[in-house]
Design a protein around this ligand. Sequence first.
Ligand code: KG4
Ligand code: ZN
Length: 328
Amino acid sequence: MILAIETSCDETCAAVCTPDGEVLSSVVASQVTDHAAFGGVVPEIASRRHLELLSPTVITALREAGIDEDQLTNVAVTGGPGLIGALLVGVSFAKGYAYARGLPLIAVDHLHGHVASLQLAENPPSGAHLVLLASGGHTLLIDVADDGSLTTIARSMDDAAGEAFDKGARLLGLGYPGGPALGGLAGTADPRTRAFTTPLHGRDDLAFSFSGLKTALALSVQSLAADDQFGRSELAASYQEAIVTHLVERAELGLARTGRTTLGVVGGVAANARLRDRLGELWADVVLAPLSACGDNAAMIAMASRRLSPLTPNELTSLDAHARSPLG
Ligand code: KG4
Ligand code: ZN
């Protein structure tokens, strides 16, 4: 049995999975209410809350899995990328836990974890495929080869897609986290009324860009009457549509370039209903991460760990958290 721990941002997560990939428990202790008042994640608060929440979250995960600690065979932990103080809480806990119980420790890249969340889908991709990873920190196209090796083929030149949702939500006076709130405001408003230009539309380069869109929204919000609720909904719908169209267009280009016929879609933004809908336009088999595994969770870290070797005793003692990933 694998005990997995994830503390890279503002969710304290622990999960227990079998070696063949059955999830016995996946507990996410969200800190959203701790950060909402500040309009975004406050790194110092995140670290302190992880310290308070991690032990009880692990205990709950073990209890919900119905297993005893003696049945654990491995510990897996997110080593990065993410907020360094937040990561350090999980890494230190996992090191201590593995050392004290004599268990092998596996360090997992958070982005690799998101890619592995596809293994939690009803019909996971079996061979080589392309992955669109859209989260609060990254927007990437990752090629997954037959042997499971990962190569990033496109990244964002500026903001990430989730960041674009969060910043857009703030401009529209919505709370944190912005993605679900902006999608809610967009509702059924017509995205064409105030259409924003799709970033990099018609260009042949594999890259993402969201910062121009955010500036366009800021200008549009300024010219809106304070009580124009309908106008705000239309702006939200147009802004969301431009982000989604950009993601779908780049995914299409990535599929054409790589020749892959299966597209996996993962990360917090993969929960967006409009994106899930529009992905149906693609000539590809689209595999969506389950809604419960789009946002950060430890089950995906356990899944990714199954393909990795444990750290040697020397590596275990020197394991450190890292803010950046070779995939990002
Ligand atoms: O993957 P994730 O939980 O954390 C990171 O690794 O960053 O992604 C969080 C991001 C946030 O920016 C959040 O606003 C966005 O995912 N998000 C959404 C939705 N749910 C979460 N964006 C659009 N629509 C949603 N329904
Ligand atoms: Zn994430």
